[in-house]
Ligand binder design. Structure first.
Ligand code: MLT
Ligand code: ZN
Length: 461
């Protein structure tokens, strides 16, 4: 044990510390897989007092800290590649007091998203923020990255569901932010500063999460489309006619990778270039007939080739599986991920330009399109050819990025819609944020984290 670690152990004898190779590798990286993990050690606090003790120790010994949740992030925000102490919240995973009147529940940061969803369901309520990684991602990480997902069009991002936060700042102070109040107009709301700050200001050590009434089982439509340009034509038709709780899209290449795993049958007799998945927000199923009429209108226009509407809850889940399995099915190809967004009204023009740009610049790589297109959010994944070394592949993708991000900037978009900035997108922050904003971010960071120990190198250079 190095002298600083021995000191940490001496100061906090109950604190679980791990230094074995497996733990260093496991806890030193997230799903990005671009950065070899090299942490100093893994700390697993069980109490807020231990977290404060870790921060005091880190300030004294000038050791960088990396907060660690479910490590399902895709931008390298939870990577420890430079001798940092990883602080895992796995042991702080209790769901605390529930307030039925306020419809809130207190969570420790290590509560897994699916566990909160199940807890809410057991109370006859719902935690509606949902994504494919719900079974591993943790509430603290969701808050630190302001995670989005598949229902943002209806329920918004994690930010909407945080009624209160308890944080330990990089200076070691314990702050109670908003205390679960619905109304609290008393100046700066630091809660919102911590949401999405990617662990650069401090640790989330507790959260009061909002719950809501569960939606009735909703009908899901999966439609096959002849062209990328038709995706937004179909969106407009349905958006005008009915309320949607999801509008997702994916390309046939994406479906090809999902089907190749052999878990799901092809959804249609014939394959099509693109697919959209719609979920209706329509409790009494009164809109099912309207949805069919809208489908027929799209069919007549030639914007849709085929379609299927769920007949049961199980069927709806099966249709969702085509979309939700994409990320996992392409993971073996170490995809270079882009998570970009433009204002929804600009999506048609943006995807036309982006399609041309990607076709011209990636002649030799497979490019997979999918995303939360109803939010204007596209996931562009470039798959690594197996023979190409990771470094060379990343360099090639970063060169194309210059043009992709120039286009994003021209369209007034965001270079990271929901995956955050982390290490992977840090050098592109100025695509989305002005010089003045970045300077203010730095000032705020030094106010909360005077020694720069909190997740250094992430988000800000
Ligand atoms: C998704 O939409 O499937 C997630 O953001 C994960 C991913 O982009 O790979
Ligand atoms: Zn996504």
């Amino acid at each position: 044990m190095s002298p600083p670690l021995a000191r940490l152990h001496q100061t906090l004898p109950q604190l679980v510390l791990r230094t074995d190779e497996d733990s260093l590798r496991h806890y030193g990286q997230d799903w990005t897989r671009y950065y070899p993990p090299a942490p100093l050690a893994i700390a697993m606090p069980a109490t807020v007092a231990e977290v404060q003790g870790i921060v005091r120790w880190a300030r004294e010994h000038k050791v960088a800290l990396v907060p660690s949740g479910g490590r399902t992030g895709l931008s390298g925000g939870a990577v420890a590649a430079n001798g940092e102490l990883v602080v895992s919240f796995e042991r702080m995973n209790r769901i605390g007091s529930f307030d039925r009147i306020a419809r809130t529940v207190q969570c420790e940061p290590g509560v897994v998203t699916a566990a909160l969803q199940q807890y809410a369901a057991d109370k006859g309520l719902c935690y509606p923020v949902d994504f494919a990684s719900s079974g591993s991602s943790q509430i603290g990480g969701n808050i630190a990255t302001n995670a989005g997902g598949i229902k943002v069009i209806r329920y918004g991002m994690t930010r909407e569901w945080v009624a209160g936060l308890t944080v330990v700042t990089g200076a070691g102070e314990l702050l109670e932010l908003n205390r679960g109040l619905a109304k609290n107009n008393t100046g700066y709301d630091f809660r919102h500063l911590f949401i999405g700050s990617e662990g650069t200001l401090g640790f989330v050590v507790g959260a009061t999460m909002r719950l809501t009434l569960p939606p009735a089982p909703q009908a899901v439509l999966l439609l096959a489309l002849p062209a990328l340009a038709d995706v937004m034509r179909v969106f407009e038709v349905f958006r005008e006619g009915i309320t949607l709780s999801a509008f997702e899209f994916f390309s046939d290449q994406a479906l090809g990778h999902v089907l190749a795993r052999g878990h799901l049958p092809p959804p249609f007799e014939a394959r099509a270039p693109f697919y959209v998945l719609l979920e209706l927000d329509d409790p009494a199923h009164a809109g099912d007939a309207t949805a069919l009429k809208l489908f027929e209108r799209c069919l007549e226009q030639g914007w849709v080739l085929d379609g299927v509407m769920s007949l049961s809850l199980q069927h709806a889940r099966e249709l969702w599986a085509y979309r939700e399995s994409i990320s996992e099915s392409i993971t073996p190809y170490t995809p270079y991920k882009n998570d970009i967004a433009v204002n929804i009204s600009r999506v048609p023009a943006f995807i036309a330009s982006l399609d041309a740009l990607l076709a011209a610049n990636y002649p030799d790589f497979e490019v997979i399109w999918y995303g939360h297109i109803g939010d204007g959010n596209l996931h562009i994944n470039v798959l690594k050819p197996s023979a190409l070394p990771l470094e060379a592949f990343r360099d090639a993708c970063e060169q194309v990025n210059e043009q992709v991000f120039a286009l994003v900037r021209d369209f007034g978009g965001s270079m990271s819609a929901e995956h955050g900035v982390g290490l992977l997108k840090r050098d592109y922050l100025s695509v989305s944020r002005s010089e003045q904003e970045i300077a203010l971010m730095r000032s705020l960071k030094s106010a909360f984290d005077p020694d720069g120990i909190m997740n250094p190198g992430k988000l800000l250079v």
